[in-house]
Write a protein that binds this ligand. Structure first.
Ligand code: GUN
Length: 293
């Protein structure tokens, strides 16, 4: 058997970030200000803090100005709402991102709904999600991880139209929006979730399999159709004493065995992860162009 082609998200990201850097510089020279991204972090979750740091560094690397607020775990909903409203009104800020999850005492929906549609670079506002789901409408922004998955398929020339796609997971952040994106590209889409009967048989019929369910190495070789394109969105920590942190990240796909059977596969790390941040940078730069023009 031949091995799958490895879809290199890190390399693809580097290529796209070079294009974004040119566009960010063009915005700056045309309008006198760089694209600006505001990143709001609440509390002290280690993973969220790491993501936020990566996002800010990525902004600096491509010439996007980043603004940030770090609020304590016990911040009130009203205070957080005020921070969002201030960024809505701030002319130097073109994109607003509130890192999820939020602490339990805060109504996440209320916060996401408050982000100005024009600045909703995460694409989590129900108007943007609703537009994604409707034929003939275009959201102002498409959520970063789903957009990154589609961009990888596109750049590796994986055909989508008329193909069977299975999305494993139905989260608002990944599963649901990526299913709509695939359907908009004329795939026939099945969403498999925790209550689905015979998930394995459904997955094994997929020409394109998107795994976004958050279970370490759940997708084995016998879940995969020969030649399928497998996109692994999972980032699951598993204990590893040889690491300084005490753990390493694995995907939702058993990479070593699945790569012997799939046609294309994304590694973890180095697959979807870097693309998520790259799509955020792209959304922010395009948003700045739209707002400033
Ligand atoms: N938490 C996990 N993924 C994301 C994301 O894409 N955006 C935000 N804001 N929070 C997240």
């Amino acid at each position: 058997a031949t091995e799958a082609q490895i879809i290199d998200g890190k390399l693809t990201s580097e290529l796209i970030r070079k294009e974004i850097a040119l566009e960010a510089a063009a915005v700056k020279s045309k309008y006198g200000k760089a694209p600006g991204l505001a990143v709001v972090l609440v509390g002290s979750r280690g993973d969220s803090a790491t993501y936020v740091r990566s996002k800010k560094k990525a902004c600096a690397d491509v010439g996007i100005e980043s603004f940030g607020r770090e609020l304590p775990e016990d911040v009130s909903e009203e205070e957080l709402l005020k921070v969002v409203q201030d960024y809505n009104a701030d002319d130097d800020v073109h994109g607003i991102l509130v890192q999820l999850p939020l602490p339990k005492h805060i109504n996440e929906q209320r916060i996401l709904d408050a982000i100005s549609l024009d600045k909703d670079v995460d694409g989590f506002h129900p108007f943007n999600i609703g537009s994604l789901a409707m034929r003939g409408r275009q959201p102002l922004y498409t959520s970063c991880t789903p957009k990154g998955c589609l961009e990888l398929l596109r750049r590796y020339n994986v055909p989508i139209s008329g193909k069977r796609a299975v999305v494993l997971g139905r989260s608002n952040i990944v599963g649901m929006p990526v299913a709509h994106l695939l359907q908009a590209e004329d795939a026939t889409v099945t969403v498999v979730h925790s209550k689905t009967k015979d998930a394995q048989a459904l997955c094994a019929e997929a020409d394109i399999l998107i795994a976004a369910i958050g279970k370490a190495e759940m997708v084995k070789a016998d879940w995969v159709k020969p030649g399928a394109a497998v996109i692994d969105v999972g980032t699951n920590p598993v204990p590893d004493d040889s690491k300084k942190s005490g753990y390493r990240l694995v995907g939702d796909v058993a990479f070593r065995e699945v790569k012997e059977k799939a046609g294309f596969i994304t590694p973890v790390p180095g697959g979807v992860g870097p693309m998520t941040i790259t799509m955020l940078l792209q959304n922010c730069t395009e948003g700045a162009q739209r707002i400033l023009e």
